[in-house]
Design a protein around this ligand. Structure first.
Ligand code: HEC
Length: 313
């Protein structure tokens, strides 16, 4: 362990013991924010909130992008071509929408015809706007197992306004995520640096990280936004000085998605795991943490100079 780090660990203790005798510099704004929460800026969109509305120009631009890009994978099947010409929608001219429907690359399956066969025909105003895949299985097969969701109601499902679903909220205060801590194995440890903004925020982040399969997290540690999650020395220091195991540590049930290669799992239960979440932040713990003590450069220099005299590592 670098000596510098040891000093940093020991000095707050010394500061506590000696009280006013040791000069202690407050760590500044970050610490205060951690303790009291921060304000999340509210986004102001015409379509946000209760009774929000889309403007025709916004919808026209959005549809243009959908048509040029997203339609390669996503459907819009709860929206009909006629909706594109209706009041309250993008309000394209009806003739233009008719032409668009007729040219739409994903044809409508209709029928049966007189001989009992199904057939494909160009779309009309009363048809839904179809994506490229006939069904979810075909979509997954083409996308390496992932299902591109139908985008008809995606703006409701992924609301940018904070009256929206609970899980949209915690990520807005996320600062950084460190994954891939390699010592001792694989990417099982995920460290999240965030500035908690309200009680329960840290738990939300941990639960969100649990369900993010690509992260592959088994141990999830949340630290304050002013801590560098990539610096393992800083993170373990937070575990020591900011987390109380009984209060700040919890485990999930053993039915989370795990890694098949994880040897700690009973072979009969491969693919499952339980997870650990640790709240190593200073926020919403019911009291204020003492200010962080940083030694002055002169003091640090003196301690470092005399360090070897005491045979310390
Ligand atoms: C090459 C195919 C492809 C294209 C092109 C594409 N997507 Fe996707 N999209 C996907 C797949 C696959 C998923 C599902 C990912 C998953 O489940 O891991 C997805 C997921 C999504 C999601 C859901 C994310 C979530 O929060 O669950 C949204 C929203 C989305 N896409 C919007 C768009 C938009 C808007 C465009 C056009 C600008 C677009 N996509 C273009 C394949 C595509």
């Amino acid at each position: 362990m670098p000596t510098d780090m040891l000093i940093r660990r020991l000095l707050p203790l010394a500061a506590g013991a000696l009280g006013a005798l040791v000069p202690a510099a407050s760590h500044g704004a970050g610490e205060d924010q951690g303790a009291h929460g921060v304000h999340i800026e509210r986004q102001d969109w015409t379509f946000g909130g209760f009774g929000g509305q889309f403007e025709a120009a916004q919808l026209q631009r959005g549809f243009q992008i959908y048509k040029d890009v997203c339609v390669a994978c996503h459907g819009l099947k709860r929206v009909y071509f006629r909706n594109l010409a209706q009041p309250g929608g993008p309000e394209f001219p009806e003739q233009a929408v008719k032409a668009l429907a007729a040219d739409w690359p994903n044809k409508v399956v209709d029928g049966p015809d007189d001989s009992g066969k199904m057939f494909e025909r160009p779309a009309k105003l009363f048809d839904p706007i179809l994506g490229p895949f006939r069904n979810d299985q075909e979509a997954r097969a083409a996308q390496n197992g992932a299902l591109p969701p139908d985008l008809s109601v995606i703006a409701k499902a992924r609301n940018p306004d904070y009256t929206g679903p609970f899980w949209a909220h915690p990520f807005s205060m996320l600062r950084d995520v460190a994954t891939g801590y390699q010592e001792g194995g694989a990417n099982y440890i995920v460290v999240i640096a965030a500035t908690p903004a309200y009680p329960g925020h840290v738990r939300q982040l941990i639960h969100a990280a649990c369900t993010q399969e690509p992260l592959g997290a088994k141990w999830i540690i949340v630290v304050d936004g002013d801590v560098n999650p990539h610096d393992w020395e800083e993170v373990t220091w937070c575990l020591w000085s900011r987390a109380q195991p009984q209060r700040d540590l919890f485990t999930t049930s053993d039915r989370e998605v795990g890694n098949y290669l994880d040897p700690s799992v009973d072979p009969a239960r491969r693919g499952y795991t339980s997870k650990v979440g640790i709240d190593a932040t200073t926020a919403f713990k019911g009291f204020d943490f003492p200010p962080l003590a940083e030694p002055s450069a002169a003091l640090k220099e003196r301690v470092l100079r005399r360090w070897p005299e005491y045979g310390l590592p």
